[in-house]
Design a binder for this molecule. Structure first.
Ligand SMILES: *Cc1c(COP(=O)(O)O)cnc(C)c1O
Length: 454
């Protein structure tokens, strides 16, 4: 029997437009506020950090935004990405469910992040910007932006969370191979970094701290650099919608339609990328696909955070964004190896969650790594620990389908491979990891430190 398990699309099927869900949301997104005045920010407030084209995309209400040819040409290096049916995993789980996954790990950077990095570098280049500053945690985003900047002959200045900088020398080497400069954060090169180091000279760093440094480096560069964020912002989520648009075509080729679409949620971009085109089908084509985000139990911003205005960074330099947050002072537990450590979540995802347009699971790390190992043994791919949360969510769905005896069709986003995250697997396989439930007392304390917005 020659059953098809891999659904590839021709290059011509790369989407021509990004899908902007803002056109279809039941109510407008809450305004982003100036950190000092608490008034809504306008394009001019953001202009020191972002090029005008991206600022316009951030607030655009147009449903479809054309992908520039130069960006599509870069997408052609790896897009369309494959969609596979995880037949061997289905057998291993002995489930009647049909499990499909969209594999974004085939990109040169190894994850979905290059989808937006290429677009962001392009628009900055168009505006005559020399280079981009950014932060990176695990290194996926820094790698993608370093590559994108090198494609457009731009500088790339990366602040890398210190603990990752030390634990992931090869990520550092990749970024440098593409010409990026990589600095461990907190560093003594910015006021934000120095302030943290004064309090704690041995700070392991956090994404929030690295964001503060990267924002400051752009804002004080005299227009030489702008800042680039790899997740959370509306335009970033929109750039990722190529994933779901392709998946819609591929599911059609497979002759099925997903009952549930699953993705891990850190800042929300890969989940949005696969889920939003299916949300559009729910809204306009009478479909009822469940959209399921998965976050770590150790960093439960959606399931246990509060929907409130908070800073995007740690120091309090960024505009205030209404989001489900664990507090901008959140420092992830050191025992947690699975990534997805951001204290907040994309505004778009928060609105979907707040309005019951999606569901969420918080999954402990032992189950997450066990799921990743089961997937690797069946399908041959070592997932990024972040992506493993999506696998764990899909496996829970497959087990529920078995218990209910239904042929549920499950689609998940395998948003990156884990080839540079083997120390996390090593820790898991060596018995050094355990589950960690983020303590309620910490959440309560962080809520008291939220900015007071009238
Ligand atoms: C960055 C990253 C994530 C988390 O970010 P999102 O914006 O939530 O997608 C998840 N998986 C991988 C592989 C990543 O590189």
């Amino acid at each position: 029997m020659s059953e098809v398990i891999r659904f590839d699309l021709p290059q011509s099927a790369i989407p021509s437009h990004w899908y902007n869900v803002q056109a279809d949301l039941p109510r407008p997104l809450p305004p982003v506020l100036h950190p000092g005045s608490h008034q809504p920010v306008g394009p001019d407030d953001l202009a020191p950090l972002f090029p005008m084209q991206l600022i316009m995309q951030e607030v655009s209400q147009e449903r479809w935004i054309a992908i520039p040819d130069e960006v599509r040409d870069i997408y052609k290096l790896w897009r369309p990405t494959p969609l596979l049916r995880a037949r061997r995993l289905e057998k291993a789980l002995d489930t009647p469910a049909h499990i499909y996954y969209k594999y974004e790990g085939v990109s040169p950077s190894g994850s979905h992040k290059l989808n937006t990095a290429a677009a962001q570098a392009y628009y900055n280049k168009q505006e005559g910007i020399n280079g981009l500053t950014t932060e990176t945690g695990a290194g996926q985003w820094g790698t993608a932006l370093a590559q994108a900047c090198s494609f457009f002959d731009m500088e790339c200045v990366v602040y890398m969370v210190r603990i990752s900088y030390e634990q992931k020398p090869y990520r550092r080497a990749i970024m440098r191979s593409f010409g990026a400069s990589v600095t461990a954060s907190p560093s003594d090169t910015t006021n934000a970094g120095r302030a943290i180091l004064e309090q704690d000279a041995d700070s392991a760093g956090s994404l929030g701290i690295a964001i503060s440094e990267a924002v400051e480096a752009a804002a004080t560069s005299g227009g030489k650099y702008k800042y680039s964020l790899g997740s959370v912002l509306n335009h970033v989520l929109m750039h990722q919608t190529v994933i779901g648009q392709e998946a819609l075509q591929q599911m059609e080729a497979a002759g099925e339609y997903p009952d549930v679409v699953v993705g891990p949620t850190g800042g929300g971009s890969n989940f949005a990328g696969i889920a939003l085109p299916f949300l559009r089908q729910n809204l306009t084509a009478d479909k009822q696909t469940r959209l399921l985000g998965v976050e770590p139990a150790a960093c439960p911003s959606l399931t246990r955070g509060k929907y409130a205005y908070d800073f995007g960074d740690t120091i309090g330099m960024t505009p205030l964004v209404k989001m489900y947050t664990l507090g901008h002072g959140f420092v992830p537990p050191p025992l947690h190896a699975g990534g997805l450590r951001y204290h907040g979540m994309a505004s778009i995802i928060c609105e979907l969650w707040d309005q019951n347009m999606m569901s969420m699971s918080a999954i402990p790390q032992m189950e997450t790594f066990a799921a990743a190992i089961a997937f690797a043994k069946a399908e041959g791919i070592i997932a990024a620990p972040e992506a493993a949360h999506g696998i764990a969510g899909a496996i829970r769905e497959a087990q529920a389908a078995k218990a209910a005896g239904d042929e549920r069709v499950i689609l998940f986003n395998l948003c990156g491979h884990g080839h540079f995250d083997m120390s996390a697997y090593d820790a898991y396989l060596g018995g050094q990891l355990s589950d960690y439930e983020y303590p309620q007392t910490e959440i309560d304390r962080a809520m008291e430190a939220l900015p007071q917005v009238g």
